[in-house]
Ligand binder design. Structure first.
Ligand code: C5P
Length: 292
């Protein structure tokens, strides 16, 4: 079985406060993009195996795909550690980039192994919820509003199709660090700010913002430099995605994004040119496919 695991960007990410469980209350707009990893699942005999072509991506129980496999195996009523499947990940989404790569791989694994091991969809969703705050979004795709930890999801009208330029600095940022830096600037008793309900179509790009960007950019000034450069290069909107380190620019046309890529490239930065995906395109392209 083969599954594509698409990346996301956060068009907007507002941090509303700290919850009693230590997580942060969010109001975020997720958007799928065409950049993806590819996971292949093969039946074998023997212990569960995981391999990945990117050395930055762990091939053991530190990988969310491994942890997803353990939970699905149990949910299917089987005993002991998972067996008889080998997973290989062709990694194209940068690790620790704020693009949801690990979470998207996990969601893809839950869907594929859930089919293979006959775990009902409701149970698959519960496992997704328990495993990570960003994973449930990848059961939906497209443009979606995420509340709570980002895991209470509401579909929004598709954001207008855009070319997306991703700029990847040399460093990654851990999600826990980014939220910790936000805490350091706010104190845990921050009253919740009132934020009007966004709809990707009704809210102008100037109202899109990422509350994690200032604390992360304070530690990594390169982030702010890239955002400003993308704006000067004609981006309709530019911001850090999630907890960083990736910065994205939205452009009305691909040639405009290509020109900006030439402007911003270099200094150890990597650029990736991609595009937004609608919910229907996501549903079609992210479906599990039988192979061989
Ligand atoms: O749920 P996940 O493992 O993806 O989250 C990684 C880390 O990001 C958490 O341990 C937590 O520190 C932080 N986080 C948070 N609030 C959220 C989502 C993530 O504080 N809504």
């Amino acid at each position: 079985m083969r599954v594509r695991a698409f990346a996301k960007i956060n068009l907007s990410l507002r941090v509303l406060g700290v919850r009693p469980d230590g997580y942060h209350e969010l109001r975020t707009i997720f958007q799928s993009i065409a950049l993806h990893d590819t996971l292949v699942f093969r039946r074998t005999t023997g212990p569960f195996r995981l391999e990945c072509d990117d050395p930055a991506c762990p091939s053991n129980e530190r990988n969310l795909v491994w942890r997803a496999a353990e939970r699905l195996w149990k949910a299917s009523g089987r005993k002991g550690p998972p067996r008889n499947v080998a997973v290989s990940i062709r990694k194209r989404i940068p690790v620790a980039g704020g693009l949801g790569g690990g979470s998207s791989d996990a969601a893809a694994a839950i869907r594929a192994l859930g089919t293979l091991w006959h775990v009902p969809l409701g149970r698959q969703r519960t496992i997704a919820w328990a495993l990570g705050a960003d994973i449930p979004y990848f059961f939906e795709g497209g443009t979606a509003l995420g509340l709570g930890r980002g895991d209470l999801l509401f579909p929004l009208h598709d954001h207008p199709a855009r070319a997306v330029l991703l700029v990847l600095p040399r460093f990654g940022v851990s999600t826990a660090d980014a939220f910790g830096w936000w805490d350091a600037g706010h104190g845990s008793s921050t009253p919740r700010r009132r934020v009007t309900t966004p709809s990707a179509e009704a809210v102008g790009p100037e109202q899109f913002r990422n509350d994690l960007e200032p604390p992360v950019a304070a530690r990594h000034p390169e982030i702010g430099r890239i955002v400003r450069r993308l704006r000067r290069s004609g981006a309709v909107h530019a911001a850090m995605s999630g907890s960083g380190s990736t910065v994205f620019g939205l452009f009305s046309t691909r040639p405009a994004a290509e020109r900006a890529a030439a402007d911003v490239e270099g200094r150890g930065r990597r650029v990736v040119l991609t595009r937004t995906l609608s919910r229907t395109a996501y549903a079609r392209l992210a479906a599990t496919e039988p192979i061989g």
